[in-house]
Design a protein. Structure first.
Length: 317
C-alpha cells in the first residue's frame, strides 16, 4: 500500500556527510551528559521503600506528593496504581533509617490528612537488588546487540551488520543522553523501552537493506549511491505508514497514559524519531562508506539490466 509514489529518486546520500556530522555531534553531546550528569536512576536500581496505600475515594496525588515531600524525602515518586483510589509511593533509601520506619512515618503523615487511608503493602528494594537489575539490564542490552549483528551478518553481509549496530547504538545513547540532560527518571520501564527501540530501529534498517540487495540484483548499471537512494525512496511510503501509526499510539500513551507510562512512552517517542533518521542517514551511509558493493550481495550472475523508471521492471509472468 502506498499513499504516494515518488517517480524520481531523492539524493539522500548526497547529504549523508552533513547529516552524519550532525549525528556525531548529537551523539557526543549525549555521551558528555551521561558522563557528567549520569542517569537519575529509580528506586528499582538505587534501593528504597515502595508503599501502596488505599483511599476510600479518589486520591489527590499532588496532595499526597506534597505531604510526603514535606517529611524531608528527596526525589519521592507518587503515582496512581491500578485505580484512582490506590497510590504507589517510592521512597529513596536513607542512611540510618529502616524501611519500616520510613513507611510508618509516611503513613502517619497521610493519616493526619485523611484517617481513612490504609496501607496495602510495603516492600524494601535493597541496593544489591538494584545493582543486580542494572547488571542484568546491561547483559540484556549486550545480548540484543550481539543477536542483531549475527542475524544481519547471516542474512545480508557483515558490512550491513556493522552499519546497523552503529546506527542502533546511536539511537540508544541519544535516548540515554536525553534522560541524563533532563534528569528524567530511568526505571525498568524505560530500560524495556530502550530494548524495544533496538528491535524497532533495526527493523527499518532491514527493510532498507533488503531493498538495496534487491536493487543490486535488478539494476546492474546503477552505482552504489544510486542503488541506496532508490532503495530509500521506494520505501518512504511504507515508512510513513508504519512509523506514523506507531507514533500515534505511543503519543497517546505519552499524553493520556498517566505518570506510570509517561517516561516509557517518552523513551519510545525519542527512539522512534531517531530510529527513522538513523536507518536512512546513519546505517545506509555507513554501509556505503564501508564499501558495500554488488559482489557482496549477489553471488550469481544477474538478469539483464532493468530501467528503474519502468513500472514493469522485475515483473514476471
Amino acid at each position: 500500500m502506498e499513499f504516494f509514489k515518488i517517480r524520481r529518486d531523492i539524493p539522500f546520500m548526497e547529504n549523508a556527510l552533513v547529516f552524519n556530522i550532525i549525528s556525531f555531534l548529537t551523539f557526543a553531546a549525549a555521551v558528555f551528559f551521561l558522563v557528567t550528569r549520569g542517569l537519575h536512576l529509580s528506586v528499582e536500581f538505587t534501593g528504597g521503600t515502595v508503599m501502596e496505600v488505599g483511599y476510600s475515594h479518589a486520591a489527590d496525588v499532588e496532595k499526597v506528593r506534597r505531604t510526603v515531600s514535606n517529611l524531608g524525602f528527596a526525589d519521592v515518586q507518587v503515582q496512581n496504581f491500578g485505580t484512582s483510589r490506590d497510590v504507589l509511593i517510592r521512597l529513596p533509601a536513607q542512611k540510618g533509617v529502616s524501611s519500616a520506619q520510613q513507611s510508618d512515618k509516611v503513613l502517619a503523615a497521610l493519616k493526619a490528612d485523611d484517617p481513612a487511608v490504609s496501607l496495602r503493602r510495603t516492600e524494601f528494594v535493597g541496593p544489591q537488588v538494584g545493582e543486580e537489575l542494572a547488571t542484568d539490564g546491561l547483559k540484556a542490552l549486550a545480548m540484543v546487540v550481539a543477536g542483531i549483528m549475527i542475524y544481519l551478518a547471516f542474512r545480508f553481509e557483515w558490512k550491513f551488520a556493522v552499519a546497523a549496530i552503529i546506527a542502533n547504538l546511536h539511537d540508544v545513547i541519544i535516548i540515554l543522553g536525553f534522560f541524563a540532560f533532563f534528569q528524567w527518571e530511568f526505571s525498568l520501564a524505560v530500560l524495556a523501552a530502550v530494548l524495544a527501540v533496538l528491535g524497532y530501529s533495526v527493523n527499518e534498517s532491514v527493510v532498507i537493506f533488503d531493498r538495496i540487495r534487491e536493487n543490486f540484483r535488478r539494476y546492474r548499471k546503477m552505482s552504489t549511491v544510486q542503488i541506496i537512494d532508490n532503495a530509500i525512496t521506494s520505501t518512504i511510503s511504507r515508512t510513513i505508514i508504519t512509523h506514523g501509526s506507531t507514533q500515534i499510539m505511543v503519543l497517546s500513551m505519552l499524553l493520556f497514559g498517566g505518570p506510570t507510562l509517561y517516561y516509557f512512552a517518552l523513551a519510545l517517542t525519542i527512539g522512534i524519531l531517531f530510529g527513522i533518521y538513523s536507518s536512512v542517514f546513519v546505517a545506509a551511509a555507513i554501509a556505503m562508506w564501508l564499501g558495500i558493493k554488488r559482489e557482496d550481495l549477489v553471488k550469481s550472475a544477474g538478469k539483464k539490466d532493468e530501467d528503474p523508471s519502468d513500472p514493469n521492471a522485475g515483473a514476471t509472468v
